[in-house]
Design a protein around this ligand. Structure first.
Ligand code: ADP
Ligand code: MG
Length: 337
């Protein structure tokens, strides 16, 4: 089972940033409103993710680290409409097989006066002081697989990837505060933003990508209410967010953030649709930069096609392509105020 977990880990964990992504996913699933990351040596020595979420019950703690133990879906039909970031129950088990993991947690109930500390290696459980929430600590990543450790880049590069992973979450969740510490220094802090939707996103974007980005960006807001799709099913697709038209000097190729039902994705359909809209309106004079949120009925998208869930498969990719293209095209073509 250790071997199976290590093989699974190879698919899920490529570098410290992969661990960061999984742990922040879990914190968000737990309903956290404040998430603090502490990293050492680019995350290789230590990744600690502290949240103020729901915590884990003492008797469920050992299960959290077991393979395919998830508290998030109970049946196959849940998979159709999965609303949490996690659902495979693989991440913590995989991370445990390639690093030293400890879990410190406390549920927010009056009859639970203290927290619990679980040592992943020994399985030892002991009471400790803790405010409600969870801290997961991952030390010495890839200690048992030196070959993988050799593929890691410098601390600065690994740190940049970790920050990028949190950035992706942060844009999707302006209502959650994030702080990132590296080797004892605060390297990023994005305060929770009140409210929802386009205004909350505008503030979070200004915080994360800079005022510059927001000043030159246009609002994308596209409700498409075609009565039926190609199979005669009722449909509804919404595309919203910001598309940027920075001058070439300030354009950033990595500022293409796409989300499907709140989940960050790398998707060829969306990328191509956005790019072609930029081509049509700006004739290729601008590099596409955007934060785009695509929402559609969960049954119309499969998120379980890739171990890291970064890729998705649409039931009708033409529908999504058209929606994103029209949305971005309309936004870019609008006269600037
Ligand atoms: P998944 O997220 O797919 O369920 P994971 O391996 O990432 O699987 O996590 C296993 C389980 O551990 C989760 O289903 C959840 O019950 C629990 N868990 C992990 N992290 C946290 C957290 N930060 N707060 C509360 N529960 C957590
Ligand atoms: Mg998870």
């Amino acid at each position: 089972d250790e071997l199976i977990s290590q093989i699974a880990a190879g698919e899920v964990v490529e570098r410290p940033a992969s661990v960061v992504r999984e742990l922040v996913d879990n914190a968000l699933d737990a309903g956290a409103t404040q998430i603090t990351l502490r990293l050492q040596a680019g995350g290789v020595r230590l990744i600690s993710v502290e949240d103020n979420g729901c915590g884990i019950l003492c008797n469920e703690l050992p299960h959290a680290l077991k393979r395919h133990a998830t508290s998030k879906i109970a049946s196959l039909s849940d998979l159709e409409s999965v609303g949490t970031m996690g659902f495979r129950g693989e991440a913590l088990a995989a991370i445990c097989s390639i690093a030293e993991v400890s879990l410190l947690t406390r549920v927010d109930t009056p009859d639970e006066p203290h927290g619990w500390l679980l040592d992943g290696r020994s399985g030892e459980l002991q009471p400790t002081a803790r405010a409600p929430g969870t801290t997961v600590e991952v030390r010495e990543l890839f200690f048992a697989t030196p070959a993988r450790r050799k593929f890691l880049k410098t601390d600065a590069t690994e740190l940049a990837h970790c920050i990028e992973a949190v950035r992706r979450h942060a844009l999707a969740r302006p209502d959650v505060g994030f702080a990132i510490w590296h080797d004892g220094k605060l390297v990023a802090q994005w305060r929770a933003v009140a409210g929802h939707g386009i205004e909350a996103l505008r503030q979070r974007l200004a915080d994360v990508l800079g005022e510059d980005f927001v000043e030159q960006a246009v609002v994308v807001d596209w409700p498409v209410d075609a009565p039926t799709d190609t199979e005669g099913q009722p449909q509804r697709l919404r595309v919203w967010g910001f598309a940027g038209v920075p001058d070439a000097a300030r354009s950033r190729a990595d500022w293409q953030f796409a989300y499907v039902n709140g989940r960050y994705v790398r998707d060829k359909v969306i990328t191509h649709a956005a790019r072609s809209a930029y081509e049509d309106v700006l004739h290729g004079h601008r590099q596409p930069v955007y934060a785009l949120f695509v929402s559609l009925d969960p049954s119309r998208v499969d998120v379980n096609v890739h171990p890291t869930k970064i890729e998705v498969r649409f039931r009708d990719s033409r529908e999504v392509h058209q929606g994103v293209h029209h949305a971005v095209e309309a936004a870019l073509a609008k006269p600037r105020s």
